[in-house]
Write a protein that binds this ligand. Structure first.
Ligand code: SAH
Length: 217
């Protein structure tokens, strides 16, 4: 007898899009379509798959978390991607946000400081549809000079900006991150202008901390 097909979770995923995203003001149709497509349940442990579309963050190992769907959507929407951008992500985690971004821009470069998560993300993203993703294990605070300048940098761990990030963004590009300390952050988007920086603050949120250096576990 053939093995039963793995559940596709299409209904919970569409419900997540309608009830957690659209109903709360995520109106960018490209973002909604991407989140309706990416199989979030495949980015968490099989034991947590049934909770993958719940309105919360979930553990992904090593004390880290996959962000709540709304926050992933909110941050992605704030990047205002048109499709041609090259985006640097700091904090790959399980690669879920990376997968969403990869459907919305030309290329995603993503850095994770914990070796085991970096490898897990590589597995999770190993399909032809993610051919426009480049991953690296390293300290994202140093950016990724080799591929700079980026159209946008998105940071998915909370803390304060590294000085090099704005230098690795083109004029007109944005840096989006949860800023603050002690688990209390606020999303901030800084646009690099020819003669300065334009700053906008958004939602209060809670993220795992942005840390220095690399962990080989
Ligand atoms: N975008 C991820 C969220 C993961 S949580 C997802 O969708 O799953 C944030 C991640 O940032 C953690 O995995 C953490 O290890 C990583 N991180 C923290 N500081 C970092 C740094 N300096 N460089 C790279 N990654 C970092």
């Amino acid at each position: 007898m053939p093995a039963p097909a793995a559940p596709s979770f299409m209904r919970p995923r569409q419900r997540m899009v309608d009830e957690q995203l659209r109903a709360r003001g995520i109106l960018d149709e490209r973002v909604l379509a991407a989140m309706a497509m990416v199989p979030r349940h495949l980015f968490v442990d099989a034991a947590l798959a049934s909770r993958a579309y719940h309105d919360c963050s979930l553990p992904i190992g090593e004390g880290q978390t996959i962000s709540q769907p709304y926050i992933v959507a909110r941050m992605t929407q704030l990047l205002e991607l048109g499709g041609g951008e090259r985006v640097l992500e700091i904090g790959t985690g399980c690669g879920y946000q990376t997968a969403v971004l990869s459907r919305l821009c030309r290329r995603v470069y993503s850095i994770e400081r914990i070796q085991s998560l970096h490898e897990r993300a590589r597995q999770n993203l190993r399909t032809a549809r993610h051919a426009n993703v480049m991953l690296k294990c390293g300290d994202g605070r140093l950016g990724w000079e080799e591929y700079a300048p980026f159209d946008a940098i998105i940071v998915t761990a909370g803390g304060f900006a590294s000085d090099v990030w704005l230098t690795q963004i083109r004029v007109g590009g944005v840096l989006l991150m949860p800023e603050g300390e002690g688990g209390e952050h606020r999303l901030v988007r800084r646009r690099k202008l020819a003669d300065g920086v334009e700053e906008c603050y958004f939602d209060a949120c809670t993220f795992v901390p942005l840390l220095d250096g690399v962990s080989h576990y």
